[in-house]
Design a protein around this ligand. Structure first.
Ligand code: ADP
Length: 904
């Protein structure tokens, strides 16, 4: 049963990955260089400007050169004829624009409440951008300084962009802008295709037209433009459903009916920006055969190098097995054998009543060497393999190519990277590869299942063995205790966290006194295999003061990890069935070793004051007289002779449960191994008798959250309006850099913190920051934690989507939490992350990240945060963990670039 679920699950996830791997719009959101001046002044122009100091070159977002913005000479009301033009030099895929008014250090008053965008690929034909519902006007700014970002749906593929500010009354307007997107590497400038048709389904017809096509159309043929086959959105398995809300059924697909094409195929032509050598074409097709829709059974492609020349008679032909079993939509990769061409014509043969495409993309390389013109493939030494049947069947529409060349337009939207992931098929491969070929997936599934079963059997045996040995019953938390019901519009996701082991998850449960699982003390002390970074040696081990027997903490030598059990998390959509097997996150191995920590002589601690109260009990400030006498204590700082050492002492409350006691000791063990300037240092422990204490270095300014929220941002001119202490922006960056440094250290040990947040960082002298809390604190900040059905609590506002939905904690999810922590720092902890969202909505938002349909909400850019810094934050929240930055890069960026940015 489990294997079947897993297998279907794996297949389902592969299917999803395939769809999503097609083109990642989320990645294509780089600032293209207005703010950072990568776009030079000479590429900025305007219809007019009010003065030299408000020329086009002053239109850069978040800069205040000249008089602080571009301002046109003439009014923009009632005619909006003034424009600002940006030449991007090459075709780009634009996904976002940002606008801002003229602030000019508080002197500016002008901004544009709305604007239109025009774009061009060749500067001859200008097109007006419209959203999916045909609206041209974009809402702009409401004040002079705030940046307003607008997602472009559909995206624009263009080299030239014009902003036309608008006003609804006579008023001056000024504009600063940024463009976001990425280079359009496909080089496709336009495609020609027969118009999509209407499928007469009940209760409503399905419109399979290319609704964003920006070329021309004559007698049922569209040419000279780009549209939905290049918008980066691939269709769903069920073509009547759409990813975009508020659009009509069939929106994502272009579809043609077999009986409208007497030749039995659909002919499409593609024009590229220059001569290229083609590796493959990728066509995303629907295959809902129950509705008469199937992928094509054959495709013939031919090439030509010049407009004037004839099509090269040698065809590339690929045959596909028609799949009537699996109705899922898929990307079909068609190897193009390294052929050279500037133009490409393909015939896609019907295999069913209908053929529906949602995307077409190409992997090709620009041919720099003009001497290759005339050869038919690259590398030219390869003798042509006549793979086509019936070579050179001349097309009845062969001359159509000439009609489309006037309008350069790119179309496909696979990135080269996406395509490379698929591997390099041999150019001589005779039959097109269907990416959905499930054989390898099935083999993978079977192997995974076998492994999983072995692990499960091993765990069961192991568990029973220990139950016998210890003779203790172990209460289990029922599965539904940890079930979160997520409601998403039109969809329901259930996270069902089946607790196989309580070790790691218990961190979220301790707050519930009565209900926690009974934890065998001995189990908690089982010894784990050595760590590569371990510093322990046998001599040191003997220093460790074992608690007395009443503490039930005698170590049981055992090499079996006590955490090696798997949690299975089920994620089910309304259509059911998607189950993801996620191995439980191992309780940190750092905690697993007995630690060489000297017993601190309790009598040397002199209480001074209470610092706070944590989940384990109180934290006291204590003095240690003549700390130099304590020879086996290695203090991280020099204490002046004759001066007492101040330390923080965390004391386990007397009524602590066994669980709390174990967790306390676990935190001790973890901390004893973490020695870094940005991690709170454990100085000693008192574990020989009760109450258990851990002694850490004292951080005189308390936790970072309280510290920052008591501060105000220092104005650039210095000072502050109120009496509150101020903090400068460079200091905030310095604070963040220190957190990144501490996390870099943890990451180097493969240690996953899981609860990084400002509340868990401490502040010392001179804005020194140290990461603390390796045991999940939450009394003071209980509002930051989400309680699942009354028991488990999770810091969901800091958690990556995969932690919320799949319980998958990794260094990359720590990077996500770092992004949120950075946001808190730059907001001076004045606001809780996503304060406008309820806990349930935050979880829903995690679902949106999972679906990746552009509906997810990001934390907004903090005031005064440079855009480049905000972009780094956004990268921390990348959907794919592998796209998130590493801590070492974050640290370098914050320590160098970001600091220079805010200092400069
Ligand atoms: P929890 O157990 O909830 O994680 P802690 O025990 O870490 O909480 O700390 C509770 C409070 O005590 C913190 O919010 C902080 O204000 C204070 N505190 C803890 N450790 C230190 C320290 N080393 N130096 C100064 N203050 C500390």
């Amino acid at each position: 049963m489990v294997p079947i679920i897993l297998c279907s699950l794996l297949l389902a996830s592969v299917g999803t990955a395939e769809l999503e791997g097609h083109f990642d719009l989320a990645k294509c959101r780089y600032a293209l260089g207005m703010q950072d001046r990568t776009i030079p002044d000479k590429d900025l122009s305007a219809s007019s400007s009010w003065s030299d100091s408000t020329a086009a070159k002053y239109s850069r977002l978040d800069t205040s050169d000249g008089d602080g913005a571009w301002c046109p000479a003439g009014p923009v009301y009632p005619n909006d004829a003034e424009f600002l033009e940006v030449d991007l030099r090459r075709l780009h895929f634009l996904t976002l624009v940002g606008t801002q008014g003229r602030h000019a250090g508080g002197h500016g008053k002008e901004f544009a409440r709305a604007y239109r965008l025009h774009y061009s690929r060749d500067r001859r034909r200008w097109l007006t951008w419209r959203d999916r519902w045909g609206n041209e006007v974009i809402s702009g700014n409401v004040n002079t300084n705030e940046v307003v970002l607008k997602d472009l749906g559909p995206p624009i593929i263009a080299r030239y962009i014009r902003f036309y500010p608008r006003a609804d009354r006579v008023m001056s307007v000024c504009l600063r802008v940024e463009l976001y997107g990425c280079l359009w590497r496909d080089g496709l400038q336009s495609y020609t295709a027969p118009m999509g048709q209407v499928m007469p389904l009940q209760p409503e017809p399905v419109y399979l037209n290319d609704s964003t096509y920006d070329g021309l159309s004559i007698s049922k043929l569209q040419f000279g433009g780009l549209g939905q086959l290049a918008d980066g959105v691939v269709g769903l398995d069920d073509f009547t459903r759409t990813k975009e809300l508020r659009v009509w059924p069939g929106y994502d697909y272009i579809g043609w009916k077999n009986d409208s094409f007497s030749m039995g195929y659909v002919e499409m032509e593609f024009e590229f920006d220059c001569l290229r050598t083609f590796t493959y074409m990728k066509v995303h097709c629907n295959n809902m055969h129950t509705r008469g829709v199937s992928i094509f059974r054959q495709v013939d492609c031919r090439f030509k190098q010049n407009l004037e020349t004839a099509w090269d008679p040698e065809l590339v032909t690929h045959l596909l097995a028609v799949d009537v079993k699996d109705p899922s939509a898929r990307s079909v990769t068609v190897p193009l054998e390294g052929r050279l061409g500037h133009f490409l014509q393909c015939h896609f043969y019907f295999s069913n009543e209908w053929m529906l495409f949602s995307e077409i993309a190409f992997l090709s390389e620009v041919v720099e060497d003009p001497s290759l013109t005339g050869t038919s493939r690259w590398p030219p030494v390869v003798p042509p393999q006549p793979s086509g049947r019936g070579a050179a069947a001349p097309s009845v529409q062969e001359d159509l190519g000439s009609t489309l060349h006037g309008e350069p337009r790119p179309t496909s939207n696979l990135t080269r990277q996406d395509l490379e992931v698929q591997g390099n098929p041999k150019t001589s491969q005779p039959v097109a590869k269907d990416d959905n070929s499930n054989t390898s997936i099935l083999i993978g599934c079977l192997v995974a299942i076998i492994l999983l079963l072995l692990v499960v059997i091993f765990l069961i045996l192991w568990r029973q063995y220990w139950k016998k040995i210890l003779g203790k019953a172990q209460r289990r938390i029922s599965d539904d205790d940890l079930t979160v019901h997520l409601s998403v519009p039109g969809d329901t996701i259930v996270i069902n966290n089946t607790m196989g082991s309580q070790r790691h998850s218990s961190r979220y449960e301790r707050i519930q006194s009565g209900e926690t699982e009974y934890q065998e003390p001995n189990r908690a002390r089982m010894k784990l295999p050595d760590l590569p970074h371990g510093t322990e040696n046998s001599a040191c081990s003997s220093d460790y003061m074992e608690p007395d027997s009443s503490g039930a903490l005698a170590p049981v030598p055992n090499n079996v990890p006590h955490y090696a059990e798997a949690d299975i998390i089920n994620l089910q959509g309304v259509t059911g069935g998607n189950t993801y097997a996620v191995p439980a996150v191992a309780v940190d191995a750092l905690a697993a070793k007995d630690v060489a920590l000297a017993e601190f002589p309790r009598g040397r601690l002199r209480f001074k004051e209470k610092l706070g109260e944590g989940q384990f009990g109180e934290v006291h400030l204590c003095e240690v007289e003549s700390p130099q006498d304590l020879l086996n204590l290695e203090f991280p700082f020099n204490v002046r002779k004759g001066r007492p050492l101040l330390v923080a002492v965390k004391i386990l409350r007397s009524d602590a449960t066994k669980n709390a006691r174990n967790d306390f000791l676990k935190e001790v063990k973890i901390m004893s191994r973490l020695k870094d300037p940005n991690i709170v240092r454990l100085l000693g422990v008192c574990v020989r008798d009760d109450p258990l204490c851990m002694i850490t270095e004292y951080m005189e300014n308390g936790d970072l959250n309280q510290f920052l929220s008591a501060h105000e941002l220092e104005a650039k001119t210095g000072g502050s309006a109120s009496d509150a202490p101020t903090i400068s922006y460079p200091t905030l960056i310095h604070v963040a850099a220190q957190i990144a440094s501490g996390m870099k250290f943890l990451a180097s040990l493969n240690f996953v913190h899981r609860d990084l947040a400002t509340r868990n960082c401490l502040v010392g002298e001179g804005f020194t920051i140290k990461i603390a809390d390796f045991g999940m604190s939450r009394n003071l900040y209980s509002g930051d934690y989400y309680r699942i059905q009354g028991r488990a609590v999770l810091p969901i506002r800091w958690m990556a989507w995969e932690c919320i939905l799949m319980g998958k904690f990794t260094t990359a999810s720590d990077v996500w939490a770092f992004g949120v922590t950075l946001w808190e720092v730059l907001m001076l902890c004045q606001e809780q992350p996503y304060s406008q969202l309820t806990d349930e909505q935050v979880i829903e938002n995690a679902g949106q990240f999972f679906r990746d349909q552009g509906e997810q909400v990001y934390l907004s850019r903090p005031p005064a945060c440079p855009l480049a810094l905000y972009e780094v934050m956004l990268r921390c929240w990348a959907r794919d963990a592998k796209d998130r930055p590493l801590f070492q890069h974050l640290h370098r960026f914050l320590n160098e670039d970001a600091l220079n940015m805010v200092l400069g």
